[in-house]
Design a protein around this ligand. Structure first.
Ligand code: TZP
Ligand code: MG
Length: 206
């Protein structure tokens, strides 16, 4: 299982002239094995339809499908897991709803949130935001490489760094102790999501 994690963004995807399904299929074809469907604007019905479509694609490639925020949609499409932040439904409630077999990812923005997350023991952490990003507007503090390193040295949980990661800095975040990199625009916003994924996978394995 490689350490590259695609998080979708419908607006960035459309601005690049793609559909979300196309980007996910191209990224899976290039070797991504973690896909998170992240939708902040869609109706529940449209979110569910998008999740169904991605379930088919990810399943065909043996990739994991994680649903951002919405436990109900993750259960409805039998996704592999759910990703929540520390303002979302609490970990123990998510766990009680999804049962023992689904993956739960938890966002960690600083050392205080890391301590809370370590009590919960999620399946993986999303460590954010490492670098400046225009994809998510409410990224309050930037960790930088030093902040990422501090979080990574204080946990043995799998940890995907996220925020402003691209081909020029992905090597640095791996060296800082991340076990993987989660990206939005570095795949969704590229003319060829396939080629972009290939390049990131190559860099991550160096
Ligand atoms: N969570 C923290 S930063 C971020 C999310 C979803 C957006 C990352 O987007 P990009 O384009 O990879 O910087
Ligand atoms: Mg959330």
């Amino acid at each position: 299982m490689n350490g590259l994690y695609l998080v979708t963004d419908r607006i960035i995807t459309q601005q690049a002239g793609h559909t979300v399904a196309f980007v996910v299929e191209e990224a899976c074809r290039a070797g991504v094995r973690w896909v998170q469907l992240r939708e902040k604007e869609l109706s529940t019905r449209a979110f569910l339809e998008a999740a169904r479509e991605l379930k088919q694609i990810t399943q065909a490639y043996g990739a994991r499908l994680i649903i951002n925020d919405r436990v109900d949609i993750a259960l409805a499409v039998d996704a592999d897991g759910v990703h929540v932040g520390q303002d979302d439904m609490p970990y123990e409630v998510v766990r009680s709803l999804v049962g023992p077999d689904k993956l739960i990812g938890l966002s960690v923005n600083n050392m205080i949130e890391l301590r809370a997350a370590l009590d919960d023991k999620p399946d993986y952490l999303g460590v954010a935001a490492v670098f400046a990003t225009s994809t998510k507007l409410d990224t309050s503090n930037l960790l930088g490489l030093d902040g990422l390193r501090e979080i990574c040295t204080n946990t043995s949980l799998p940890r995907f760094a996220i925020g402003g990661i691209n081909a020029t800095n992905i090597g640095q975040i791996m060296q800082a102790g991340a076990t993987g990199a989660a990206v939005v625009s570095a795949i969704c916003g590229q003319p060829s999501p396939f080629e972009a994924t290939r390049e990131l996978l190559q860099l991550i394995s160096e």
